[in-house]
Design a protein. Structure first.
Length: 339
């Protein structure tokens, strides 16, 4: 078992810097496309054998040091009672938006083994196959709330911020319900065999620090406190969160995810005694080989004082990235960080 990733999460010395990539299982891989050609995205998420297959693909093909469960953050929203559809090219759609207390009352805090048993089954199956640690995950409450309130993806987050500022009590009630559901969901993932847990806060970077403190951070703290007794490394990734770094460091996470918008050396100083995960711009994978390797070398050098560094992209790998370029990055990280 290669436990380099887990050691880095705990801030222990490692023989080299471990690497995995957010969204490493997915559309940029022809092997994933082949599986997806046969089933819809939601069917894929609900078929454990296929989830196992696509989770293993990047680990086997590219040599990643960790696997991330193949699923989606919106699966839990569906289990709470919000019917979910994915339309090709349009992303997720919730036809029933949550914009008043009556709609919120229709959502439940689901029993994770009962309503999302396919996720737990995927985790159990993966643990039999994997030689690297398995990361379980969920969306952080703010990011999940935006999908329920907006009814899908958004650029402006008008409805979300309107609710925050005009109906704060309703907003907090929604956040509390997502939080309770997420705790049960991630506890079930831990019981099923997940070896680290990541909260994805993809859209929280639209908040000013004081609003983050008031409306989002307390819920992340509550989730991570509830997961602490599991003993698993906990990762919090606030995308676009460079202005929220010191606050994110109080989330209770062992590892702070970093996007690419700040120099990693500066971020390391700001988070204090925490491991960091990141922070190569996903588009840097398009660089010619020599330049990509040089950029990775500089990033590793800048991260040398980290209390644990897990190499990753600053956000998900883009769907048009050539897989060979991802492989160049994995090999470069392994070679250049070898101690
Ligand atoms: O067409 C397809 O095959 C679906 C594309 C796809 C994939 C491969 C979606 C739709 N989700 C996923 C998998 C996924 N999603 C993983 C798998 C594990 C891995 O990383 O390899 C993970 C961790 C997620 C998490 C996720 N889903 C996030 C958080 C991370 C991030 O990228 O910011 C978010 C925001 C989603 C929502 C989502 N899922 C899919 C779409 C198109 C969207 C909407 C994105 C948006 O609003 O812009």
């Amino acid at each position: 078992m290669n436990d380099t990733f887990l050691k880095a999460c705990r801030g222990e010395k490692t023989a080299y810097t471990p690497i995995w990539m957010m969204r490493q299982a997915g559309r940029y891989l022809p092997e994933y496309q082949k599986v997806r050609g046969k089933v819809s995205f939601l069917e894929l998420c609900k078929t454990p054998d296929l989830c196992v297959e696509v989770t293993l693909q990047p680990v086997d093909l590219l040599g990643m040091d960790a696997a991330i469960l193949f699923s989606d953050i919106l699966i839990l929203m569906e289990a709470m009672g919000a019917p979910l559809e994915f339309h090709e090219g349009r992303g997720p759609i919730f036809h029933t938006t949550i914009r008043d207390q009556a709609a919120l009352d229709c959502l439940t805090v689901p029993d994770a083994d009962e309503k999302t048993g396919f996720v737990m089954e995927t985790i159990r199956l993966l643990r039999r196959e994997l030689q690297v640690p398995l990361i379980g995950f969920a969306g952080a409450p703010f990011t999940c709330a935006t999908y329920l309130i907006e009814g899908g993806s958004s650029k402006v987050f008008w409805e979300t911020k309107k609710m925050m500022y005009r109906e704060p009590e309703l907003f907090h009630n929604l956040m509390a319900k997502i939080t309770d559901s997420t705790i049960l969901y991630l506890q079930a993932q831990a019981r099923a065999g997940a070896q680290a847990l990541q909260l994805f806060d993809s859209w929280v970077g639209i908040l000013a620090p004081d609003d983050f403190t008031q409306f989002a951070l307390p819920y992340v703290q509550k989730i991570l406190a509830a997961l602490k007794p599991s003993g698993l490394p906990l990762i919090y990734f606030a995308n676009n969160g460079s202005t929220l770094l010191e606050l994110s460091a109080t989330s209770g996470a062992d590892v702070i995810g970093l996007d690419w918008r700040m120099p990693i050396g500066e971020a390391i100083k700001r988070v204090g005694k925490k491991a960091v995960q990141g922070n190569l711009d996903p588009f840097a994978l398009l660089l010619p080989k020599d330049q990509l390797r040089a950029k990775i070398g500089r990033l590793l050098e800048d991260a040398k004082d980290a209390h644990g560094h897990i190499f990753n992209l600053g956000h998900g790998i883009h769907q048009f990235t050539p897989p060979e370029q991802a492989k160049i990055a994995v090999d470069a990280v392994h070679e250049l960080s070898c101690r």
